[in-house]
Design a protein around this ligand. Structure first.
Ligand code: PLP
Length: 445
């Protein structure tokens, strides 16, 4: 069996090396060396490669495999749907059972009166869609100039041209020259500034100051993640989301919460917004709705937006071939059924507490380990040369990458972030089905 795997590994590595450009990967390194590993299968929080190594999936792959790997119920839901009608278009008013039922289910779970859903196939498409629907709503209401979108530095919203520009991580934001001038980055997480403190030293560049400068009549929406994920797991300070919600309401500007990571239980609440009792105007979601078993995303919107668009008496010129894909929606329905049946959102709170204790332990044990933080099972920490004196590692010291490589050698997959000088952040976000001894294993490694 091992010989078969070895031959297969060699063959697949060579094919992949020569024919596949990987996302978020060094292309030259890959072309020269081939893939880091070739996955064979997964079960729960564990992944197995063709060499027979067992890895703990400490970040749920891309923060999305919330129910863990190898879930047969999800596979069966996909099989059943594929066997009856795998794909049906949602264009031209065609409906089908799984898509209709999932729209209602999502509406019942989102906060406030976000009762209408537009489906996409992922997070980036959802954010582009939210920008378009927000701008279209304002157009329908007679505000022809409300086009600008404000997003946050360190925010990550995806890689389609608009979502890329909303992203506040320079390496992604500027890739291949996407220069949409209607999308502006603001400084993140400045509660007092957003409350209107114009004397604050950081005021210039805050959302409040941008609204003042650009004029609310030119701004459609503010977009942000409830907790910034790929920017380095940044939890907003107290009162921040409430202040932004108020600021948007007062200025007739939509608040879009990008719940692509937070949505569907990751933070120990169904949506990240529920941690602060915030009701945004639009929510974008993806990842956790299917636990990554199928490609699905979407935008949920308030009755005000949904009903306004629903009164537009023309063809809505927006939609993806896979908007409301029946198989993806059947998987989404089953995924939510399991989340609820097995109380996994509450379980994420309990496992989040074990993770928090683990971070606390590590902080006490290692001088370089600092700022352990988590909300539910969305966690991260910083590495610094001297946390007490707030001294980062020298730029030449790739501390986060080194630590993550070392964890990889010990069969734990986690993720480093070091896209700014001196930044050494590591994310930990295991599947929601993880058990106490497994969280402790991650901490031990
Ligand atoms: N928004 C957030 C918060 C994300 O984390 C991601 C992906 O990581 C996206 C949007 C983009 O989603 P996708 O990669 O499905 O297009």
């Amino acid at each position: 069996k091992n010989t078969t795997n070895e031959t297969l590994l060699k063959e697949l590595s060579e094919i992949d090396r020569l024919h596949h450009i990987h996302p978020s990967t060094n292309p030259k390194f890959h072309r020269d060396n081939g893939p880091k590993l070739v996955f064979k299968e997964g079960k729960g929080i564990y992944l197995y490669d063709l060499k027979g190594e067992e890895y703990i999936d400490g970040v749920s792959m891309l923060w999305n495999v919330n129910l863990g790997h190898g879930n047969k119920e999800l596979a069966e839901a996909a099989y059943e749907q594929m066997s009856s009608i795998a794909y049906a278009s949602a264009f031209y008013g065609y409906a089908n059972e799984s898509t209709a039922r999932l729209a209602k289910k999502v509406a019942s779970l989102t906060p406030g009166d976000l009762n209408t859903v537009f489906f996409t196939s992922g997070g980036s498409e959802s954010n582009d869609t939210a920008f378009k629907l927000s701008r279209f709503y304002w157009e329908l209401k007679g505000y022809k100039n409300k086009k600008k979108i404000i997003s946050l530095r360190r925010g990550y919203h995806g890689v389609t041209v608009a979502a890329q520009r909303a992203t506040g991580i320079e390496v992604y934001r500027n890739f291949s020259g996407s220069l949409d001038p209607n999308i502006v980055n603001a400084k993140p997480h400045l509660t007092e500034c957003e409350q209107g403190d114009k004397n604050h030293p950081e005021y210039e560049g805050s959302i409040h100051s941008i609204i003042e400068k650009e004029g609310a009549e030119n701004i459609a929406a503010v977009i942000m993640e409830p907790i910034q994920g790929a920017g380095g797991v940044h939890i907003p300070p107290e009162g921040y989301l409430e202040a932004v919600r108020k600021l948007c309401s007062e200025n007739n500007i939509h608040l879009i919460l990008d719940e692509v990571i937070c949505g569907f239980g990751r933070t120990g609440k169904m949506f990240g917004a529920d941690n602060w009792n915030i009701v945004p105007d639009l929510i974008t979601f993806a990842k956790g709705i299917t636990s990554g078993y199928s490609q699905l995303g979407g935008v949920a919107m308030t009755d005000e937006i949904g009903n306004t668009i629903a009164q537009y008496d023309g063809m809505l010129p927006h939609g993806f071939t896979y908007s409301g894909h029946p198989t993806a929606c059947a998987v989404g329905l089953k995924n939510i059924e399991i989340l609820e049946r097995d109380n996994l959102v509450q379980h994420a709170v309990e496992m989040g507490e074990v993770l928090r204790q683990g971070f606390e332990y590590l902080e006490g044990k290692y001088s370089f380990f600092t700022k352990g933080r988590n909300v539910g099972l969305l966690g991260g920490f910083d590495l610094m040369r001297s946390p007490e004196e707030n001294i980062p590692f020298e730029e030449s010291v790739k501390a986060a990458v080194t630590l993550v490589d070392e964890c990889f050698q010990r069969n734990l997959l986690i993720r480093p972030f070091d896209f700014e000088p001196g930044m050494n952040i590591v994310a930990v976000a295991p599947p929601l089905i993880i058990e106490k001894d497994e969280v402790e294993k991650i901490i031990a490694i």
